[in-house]
Ligand binder design. Structure first.
Ligand code: GRF
Length: 201
């Protein structure tokens, strides 16, 4: 049985594209039923259109408060009736009402080895801290910023002379493998959440 997945993205959408490709190749037993974006200018919209994936724009700037935006987003997410929501470069913090009602059904990709360097500019934070190793993390979403149970992580060595862009580019290559893999495991029913730990069956 194929799972229904919906992707939330705010920008370029290269992780979304990696997921589209793996679904197309039959590596993930899923149908992507929706792209949801808060940004009408997101390149992810073009990627969805090319792949024949329905797009819903919940334009953050057209709501007078965060609460009203969240309510609109919530009803779109309910409508999509997805088994899994994937945050692939979704650049906003999901409200607690959404997180609670889709508990265990939302995953996020973050460009650092969590719990280090949460929030924006994770690669810059890692360089500024002088770490020798960074990477990416796919995790379930809970009420804490980038804080939910970790599904997969990949390490990337920091090289002499790295700047934010070169490090981000090397991490991104791993993101493009890690995110589809985590989605595949979820869709195959191979992820079990036990407290803070995700067991891969
Ligand atoms: C990625 O680095 C992702 O980890 C972060 O935002 C970036 C999105 O890139 N959350 P893209 O839109 O998938 O190309």
């Amino acid at each position: 049985m194929k799972k229904r997945i919906a992707v939330l993205a705010s920008g370029r959408g290269s992780n979304f594209q990696a997921v589209i490709e793996e679904i197309k190749q039959g590596k993930i037993p899923a149908t992507c039923v929706a792209l949801i974006t808060d940004n009408p200018g997101a390149y992810a919209i073009i990627r969805a259109e090319k792949a024949g994936i329905p797009v819903t724009i919940v334009d953050y700037s057209s709501y007078s408060s965060r609460e009203l935006y969240e309510r609109a987003l919530f009803s779109v997410m309910q409508r999509d009736d997805a088994d899994l929501f994937v945050l692939a470069g979704y650049m906003r913090i999901l409200g607690n009402a959404i997180v609670r009602s889709f508990s265990g059904k939302i995953m996020n990709i973050h460009p650092a080895l969590l719990p280090s360097f949460t929030g924006l500019h994770a690669q810059r934070q890692a360089l500024n801290h002088g770490v020798k190793v960074s990477g990416c993390t796919v995790h379930f979403v809970d009420e804490n910023l980038d804080g939910g149970p970790i599904i997969l992580q990949r390490c990337v060595a920091v090289q002499d002379g790295d700047d934010e862009d070169t490090l981000a580019e090397r991490i991104l290559k791993h993101e493009h493998e890690c995110l589809p893999e985590a989605i595949r495991l979820f869709c195959e029913g191979k992820l079990e959440i036990i407290g803070r730990t995700v067991r891969i069956l």
